[in-house]
Design a protein around this ligand. Structure first.
Ligand SMILES: [Zn+2]
Length: 199
């Protein structure tokens, strides 16, 4: 019985790992979400992607999610994720995978760039689990937006209702902040390029 359970667990792990690799997840995500050894994951990665996973640290800062364009995409993802999480009994990682697929569908339908990588999406949910990021309702459109718990104020207006004057440029933002709790796009020191994990 135990043996059969572990076989089932293993096949579920492989299925998840393949789904995550196909979506472009980093090695660290695979290692923390499956019980598979690093060697097996590397082999799986090469088999699915035809190349080795890119190296480098995961993004550890919450700042990226608070810049204008990433915030809009992160908020879209969180809303999809919560919907899935509420309407189905699935484990967190499966909700992340499902929500990320729907996020990709939404960006394709609306012809938007894929700003949020699956690794960032995963990190975002972990930040929210840890209370390092929260969502707050926009006073104008009543949408839920990702925000810094320490910067909350009652008159929150989201980045869509109050666009910064140079909205859309993730890299070259300068000037004054638009919405009260929406930070200006920070030029990417130490960040992944937006499309890096989405290719
Ligand atoms: Zn709004």
């Amino acid at each position: 019985m135990a043996r059969r359970q572990s076989l089932m667990q293993e096949s579920r792990d492989i299925e998840r790992a393949i789904a995550l690799i196909e979506l472009g997840a980093r090695q660290q995500v695979l290692e923390s979400e499956t019980g598979l050894s690093r060697e097996r994951l590397l082999r799986l990665y090469k088999e699915v992607q035809g190349k080795s996973p890119s190296k480098g640290q995961l993004p550890f800062s919450t700042d990226w999610f608070l810049t204008w364009q990433p915030n809009v995409h992160a908020s879209l993802f969180v809303n999809i994720y919560r919907f899935l999480d509420k309407t189905s009994v699935i484990e967190e990682i499966d909700a992340i995978i499902g929500a990320y697929r729907l996020y990709l569908e939404q960006t394709a339908v609306h012809q938007l760039p894929v700003v949020l990588s699956v690794t960032r999406a995963w990190r975002l949910i972990k930040f929210m689990d840890a209370g390092m990021l929260v969502t707050v309702k926009c006073g104008k459109c009543v949408g839920d937006f990702v925000a810094d718990p320490l910067e909350l104020n009652r008159d929150y207006v989201c980045g869509l209702c109050h666009m910064p004057s140079r909205a859309g440029a993730t890299g070259a933002g300068k000037g004054r902040a638009g919405a009260k709790t929406t930070r200006l796009p920070a030029a990417g020191a130490g960040e992944l390029p937006p499309m890096a994990a989405a290719a």
